[in-house]
Design a protein around this ligand. Sequence first.
Ligand SMILES: Cc1ncc(COP(=O)(O)O)c(C=O)c1O
Length: 399
Amino acid sequence: MSLSQRAQAISLSVKLALDARAKALAESGRDIVNMSVGEPDFPAPAVVQQAASRKVLSGDVKYTPAAGTRALRKAIGENAAAVRGIAPFAVEEVTVCHSTKHALSGAVMALVDPGDEVLLFLPAWVSYVEIVRIAGGVPVNVPSRADCGPDFDAIERAITPRTKAVLFNSPSNPTGYVWTHDEVRRLAELCERRNLWILSDEIYRRLVYEGEPNLSPAALGPAIRARTIVLDGASKSLAMTGYRIGFAAGPRAVVSGIERLHSHLTGAPNTVSQEGYLAALSGAEPVEIAHMCAEFDRRRRWLIGALRDMGLSVPWPRGAFYAFPDVRAYLDERGTRGFCEDVLEQVDLALVPGTAFGVDTHVRLSYALSLDRIQLAAQRLQRFLEAHPKRKSALAAAR
Ligand SMILES: Cc1ncc(COP(=O)(O)O)c(C=O)c1O
């Protein structure tokens, strides 16, 4: 039996192999601190739990339209105006999806033809490259600045007559970098001038802890709104990962293309999750969210301080829940993957290698775990670095 070329071309994430090893070690009785998690360690807001439970108990859990219920599409459109400053999306400009990943893959499939190029700003979230490939597109990696912000010269250089879209993610996974308003304006101007679509992954939108809030390109006026697809969901900003619910919002033609694709591939989004999401978006923001953000902020400040005290260079993340230190000085020929394997085996700490995000210089630490566990993780990492054969030269290079 031979698999299709499509399936053969998709690689299994490096993270999965490390996750499996961490799990095996934990099962053998070792206390692994898992900093590779990509989801908030908080329950979904009470209003969500209540609305979802009510829906289940009503017994009335049937298919909805492929683009989701009208009530939820309307709430998403209005919420985008209230919290993102975008001119409200009409119901026809919103399609509800099973998750942000589903929204993103639908948008890529609706816009990208075989051979079309899509720019990814490195380091970029693991699935972007594979989603573009599945659609037959060509992912084009664009390096970023040392502080993980956009390098506009590199972006301009990467554009060719085949470039169709940019895949933009702010706040970023894995760096926590939040694009400044000036940077978003510059990207918007560039995409207008070069006739490109912007796929704007705003899944960490709410998780910004200081400075300017996140800016959606679609908020910059009708011309740029007409070439932007806003992609978001409930997973991170509302701590609803397992509900699997999200949306794509943008020009009707694209949204209807995504809807048609999804109607055949996945049918309708989950009815119970739609009710939960609707409850979260109707009225004031659930009270738990501000508390979650305050807690993430406390952990962020502590962790970045600790990593810098260890002599690591870490870009200051304004958002999401990740730190992305540079560990180049400690690497051997196995790169960041070998570094993460050693950290796991020697000090029982699970991290994600930068290769998962297209760069082999940094590692990702999630702070979506309690401060106690983060502090234990920091002690372990410090112990690992202090015993490392390259410690002296690494410290000298950092000075
Ligand atoms: C940048 C980014 N986009 C999209 C997703 C997918 O989110 P969802 O759970 O809504 O599919 C993730 C999840 O880790 C992410 O980090």
